[in-house]
Design a protein around this ligand. Structure first.
Ligand code: PLP
Ligand code: ZN
Length: 416
């Protein structure tokens, strides 16, 4: 493992240490991810930043406007990188009308450089990799992370080695391979891939963004929460619906809202965090329904492959957040996922990938169940782009008619 250089503490910016999420034991900042006392996962801890709304607003139009809340050096915005983030928050009035909800927003992270929110986590992990001296970065991925790692490594001039399940959509493998890194297709599920990567990470001097760099990686997801609050005019929404794969994004949106409150940038008003899964891979939703905090691993079978993690590392923490804030978690069938994709596209002109379809469909389900309040300001997270998962909708949408090139034929088709 690479050792820290002596100036390393300042090069992680405002971060002061890693702390165990289970027992609180602190570890120095480094390529560590498990507690030496209890093997619990580590998380970055900070001094509360002293920064004003005006300073943030004057920052770059990327996630680096929140560098004072991230384990990155002060000059991070000038490092070579893809500069993701600062994506659109879309007021979704048409979808709101359709769903019967008063005030609805879509945070559209398909606008990131490789078209998913994973560019955020990779940007922070890559900065940490640079501080720690890694020249090869890798990941275990359900698809979008592989895209993001391969592209970011290409821009930064690093080697990438990414591992994915071999049954992935072409929209995820082609869009990874094109960046020229090493792409390993593993004959197994994501959970098999992840296990293999843990072995590789233990043996190779590589920075795996979601294994040995995971504490840093995970912090990148906070920027979704920061942006939502800033884009709403510096207040917290009352309800947020997030898709759940490992559960990290959901927990970090909560962490972001807490940090903004602690820093005095927003009023610490109450909010509820809701989780969305596909029924074919719904271990966290099942645990929520069963009223337990034990997340029982499952074997995924769903078209929502980006969310297909059967043994989610942050599942128990996601459950904690949802229960503490008064939210809920629900799951929807693959048919409902496709309906969710089509509903968002038809009402707002946003073509989401399957994960976005999961979130829209779960939002509808939670409203019908009375678990989401239709009168509360609500933000749903669209985390990826539908062009990567065309197969999901290709069987159910297509041309309204196929006609010969004559006006007569057009008239006969009855489309006028
Ligand atoms: C990875 C991913 C998620 C969820 O990520 P976790 O932080 O692992 O829960 C959601 N949506 C898309 C499109 C993703 O690629
Ligand atoms: Zn511990």
């Amino acid at each position: 493992m690479t050792l820290l250089s002596s100036d390393s503490v300042t090069s992680f910016g405002p971060a002061v240490a890693l702390a165990c999420r289970e027992c609180g034991t602190r570890t120095e900042l480094g390529p560590h991810y498990a507690c030496l006392e209890c093997f619990g996962p580590l998380e970055v801890v900070y001094d509360v930043p002293r920064v004003t709304r005006e300073q943030i607003a004057a920052g770059p139009q990327s996630l680096w406007r929140y560098k004072d809340f991230l384990p990155v050096p002060a000059d991070v915005a000038s490092q070579p990188g893809l500069r993701p983030g600062w994506t659109k928050l879309v007021k979704a009035d048409n979808l709101a009308r359709e769903l019967g909800i008063r005030s609805l927003w879509v945070k559209d992270d398909s606008g990131n450089p490789t078209h998913s929110f994973k560019d955020r986590v990779v940007a922070v992990a890559l900065s940490a990799a640079r501080q720690l001296g890694f020249t090869t970065i890798g990941c275990a991925s359900t698809g979008n992370l592989a895209n993001a790692v391969a592209a970011a490594a290409a821009r930064a001039g690093l080697r990438s080695v990414v591992f994915v399940p071999s049954d992935l959509e072409a929209g995820k493998t082609v869009t990874t391979a094109v960046y020229g890194g090493t792409l390993v297709a593993v004959e197994g599920s994501y959970d098999d891939v992840n296990r293999l990567c843990s072995e590789v990470a233990a043996d190779q001097p590589w920075g795996f963004v979601n294994i040995n760099l995971r504490p840093y990686y995970a912090e990148g997801s906070k920027t979704v929460g920061f942006e939502v609050a800033e884009q709403l005019g510096w207040h917290l929404p009352e309800q947020v619906v997030a898709p759940v794969a490992s559960g990290s994004l959901l927990t970090k949106v909560d962490k972001a809202f807490k940090e903004l409150g602690a820093a005095g940038l927003v009023e610490a008003t109450p909010y509820k965090v809701f989780g969305a899964q596909a029924t074919g891979c719904s271990p966290v939703s099942q645990a929520y329904r069963d009223g337990t905090d034990v997340v029982r691993p499952v074997r995924p079978k769903t078209i929502a492959k980006s969310l297909a993690i059967g043994n989610p590392a942050d599942g128990p923490y996601a459950l904690d957040v949802v229960r503490r804030t008064g939210g809920a978690i629900a799951d929807v069938s693959d048919e409902e996922v496709v309906e969710g994709i089509r509903l968002l596209a038809r009402t707002e002109g946003i073509f989401a990938e399957t994960a976005g379809g999961v979130t829209v469909a779960v939002t509808r389900k939670l409203l019908a169940a009375g678990l989401l309040d239709p009168d509360a300001e609500t933000v749903i997270l669209n985390t990826g782009d539908g062009l990567k998962t065309l197969d999901a909708v290709a069987p159910v949408v297509g041309p309204s008619a196929t006609i010969p090139p004559s006006y007569d034929a057009f008239q006969k088709a009855g489309l006028a």
